[in-house]
Write a protein that binds this ligand. Structure first.
Ligand code: PLP
Length: 375
């Protein structure tokens, strides 16, 4: 059994993907071919924002957003303590300081009370200027944007939506990657909308930021690529990946529906035995992960071993909080009792089960019965 069966998905879309790949090979516009612009228009329309700019990966997408805003030394950027490393890494790479914020233990997403506390602490200390909040759509579920927006407006912060795992989710019909002042996603193969290598995209309604990002992603180009007006990076999406994504985008709504069916089947069977994920009213997840919570670390680890023995892969996303990462040793705040954090507890108690659009009912039943026998 696969944790995320990408080969099965390829078999289902094979005819169209093979044609798209061979078209790119014969047309030979391997960089910035016409499929890239087409895809950007389709993605912008799908999400419901004015601009989509693709790039080399989801990490660069975050970096491009911070560069467009001129974030750097002396700036505080608030990031959830429970996320993939890249959400905070990009902040430090730009020379700014990530401030880690606890998460809600039901949704796994940034906790707005902790956010406001962290902003007030930062202002009271007076060393850094609060500039941005990175809200992550963890495991496919959009963050609580109405509440995040209210805090961001109160303190004049920009919202950067890290939708690397969130593409395809929504709140009351509004799509993920439209909630930030700038939003980003990743097309890493295992993400909800994945390509066959690395890829990413930036979304915004703001014309000025879109123009800056277009420049930053191609060596800070001015009127053309040999006129360089700022220091940028080289971060483009290959035409081949764009062509594959065009095919996958056509199948995507059906896949989001399917993962929601898988999630409903899991939850129906498992919620009497373990803490299953909760989707707030009006929210829709694209189920990058289906993550349960166990009472303690030993129970979690024993369950993972038992599942492994039955041939069922499972993953711990994430085993370490951001503030515990060696690379962030200097970013910890002495005013915060991290041990009382939900994020720290989640690292000890979460377990993600196999999840993808093409799971069979018999696979789901086998996973559930193996799990129930071991808890
Ligand atoms: C995967 C991921 C990223 C980075 O995306 P890449 O395409 O791998 O660079 C950033 N943030 C989150 C939350 C992610 O899950």
């Amino acid at each position: 059994m696969q944790f995320r069966d990408l080969a099965k998905q390829y078999q289902i879309l094979k005819a169209d993907i093979d044609k798209a790949m061979s078209d790119v090979a014969s047309q030979a516009h391997y960089i910035m071919g016409p499929q890239v612009k087409e895809l950007e228009q389709q993605l912008a329309e799908y999400v419901g924002v004015k601009h989509c700019l693709t790039c080399a990966n989801g990490t660069d997408a975050l970096t491009l957003a911070l560069k467009a805003w001129g974030i750097g030394e002396g700036d505080a950027v608030f990031v959830p303590d429970f996320t993939f490393f890249a959400s905070a890494e990009v902040v430090a790479l730009e020379g700014a300081t990530p401030i880690f914020v606890d998460v809600d233990d039901v949704t796994f997403n940034i906790d707005v009370k902790s956010l406001e506390f962290a902003i007030q602490q930062t202002l009271a200390e007076g060393k850094l200027t609060p500039k941005v909040v990175v809200a992550v759509d963890l495991f496919g579920l959009p963050a609580n944007y109405p509440a995040v927006r209210a805090v961001a407006e109160k303190y004049s912060l920009l919202i950067l939506e890290d939708g690397a795992q969130g593409f395809g989710g929504s709140i009351n019909g509004q799509k993920s990657c439209s909630f930030g002042d700038i939003s980003t996603t990743s097309f890493f193969p295992a993400k909800p909308l994945g390509c066959y290598g690395d890829g990413g995209a930036v979304f915004t309604d703001n014309d000025e930021w879109a123009t800056l990002i277009e420049s930053y992603r191609v060596h800070g180009k001015g009127t053309d690529k040999y006129d360089n007006v700022r220091i940028g990076i080289n971060s483009r999406l290959d035409t081949l990946q764009a062509a594959i994504l065009q095919v996958k985008l056509r199948a995507f709504d059906d896949e989001v529906e399917r993962v929601n069916e898988v999630a409903r089947a899991y939850t129906r069977t498992l919620n009497k035995y373990v803490k299953t994920p909760v989707i707030p009213e009006g929210y829709r997840s694209s189920w990058a992960q289906y993550t349960i919570q166990l009472p303690d670390e030993a129970t979690r680890n024993n369950l993972q071993s038992a599942l492994k023995a039955a041939g069922i892969p499972s993953m711990v996303y994430y085993p370490k909080t951001m503030h515990d990462q060696t690379a962030f040793n200097n970013c910890q705040s002495s005013n915060i009792n991290y041990q009382s954090y939900s994020a720290a507890r989640l690292c000890r108690t979460v377990l993600s089960l196999p999840m993808h659009p093409y799971m069979s009912l018999s696979e789901i039943e086998f996973i559930c019965s193996s799990l129930i026998a071991s808890v």
